[in-house]
Design a protein. Structure first.
Length: 217
């Protein structure tokens, strides 16, 4: 992860736009959201904007465009492959989580495209599953664009505010204080992520209640 951060933060201008577009797009289009950190890239795009390395408006547009196009490609791949999409290499070792994503799409319908945008694994798989289920493209597109806008704007602004806050603390209280604040914020964020992942792991391994129409129940 740190190498990706150094790569993205080490560039500005057109190169930064292209790199962050590629990461966000690939996360959604290639079903590797649990490997390629699209959300991290979007946040780092906001950090770059806070440094003046890129334009905040252009970076936000780039992230939204990459998210919407990535989901669209994922949808088209799912529609073309059908059930075979469940056996593609990036998903073979995640069958339990994939089953949860399928249930999520069945239960939520088209809004799952919007809601799934805010969960890493769902962000990578829901578009393909929507295509596999032959969800009407216009409905998919509406929720895809809405999710891309809300998620893209939010992620970039988080990075922008974080970058500006760090610079402001450094200017008023010194570098040491800024580093301390940064460590506290990062520690809190990491702790929250760990707790969330542990909760998700417990939910994954929890026994499921049998359906009423299950003859074995």
């Amino acid at each position: 992860m740190s190498s990706i951060q150094h790569l993205l933060l080490g560039h500005g201008g057109v190169v930064a736009y292209l790199l962050i577009f590629a990461v966000v797009f690939a996360e959604d289009a290639l079903f590797v959201g649990f490997v390629i950190p699209g959300e991290t890239a979007a946040v780092l795009g906001g950090v770059l904007a806070s440094r003046g390395s890129v334009s905040l408006g252009i970076m936000t547009f780039v992230v939204i465009l990459a998210a919407v196009l990535g989901d669209t490609v994922g949808y088209l791949i799912g529609r073309a492959l059908g059930p075979r999409i469940l056996q593609i290499r990036p998903l073979r070792n995640h069958q339990h989580r994939l089953a949860a994503a399928q249930a999520f799409v069945r239960e939520r319908g088209a809004p799952a495209v919007f809601l799934g945008r805010f969960v890493a694994f769902f962000r990578a798989t829901v578009p393909g599953l929507a295509g596999m289920s032959h969800m009407h493209y216009r409905r998919f597109l509406v929720w895809n664009v809405a999710g891309g806008i809300v998620w893209g704007v939010g992620a970039v602004l988080i990075g922008w505010f974080a970058g500006n806050s760090f610079a402001r603390v450094e200017q008023t209280a010194g570098l040491a204080s800024a580093i301390i604040v940064g460590v506290i914020v990062v520690t809190a964020a990491v702790s929250w992520i760990i707790v969330r992942r542990r909760r998700e792991a417990r939910e994954e391994h929890a026994p499921r209640a049998p359906h009423h129409d299950d003859p074995s129940a």
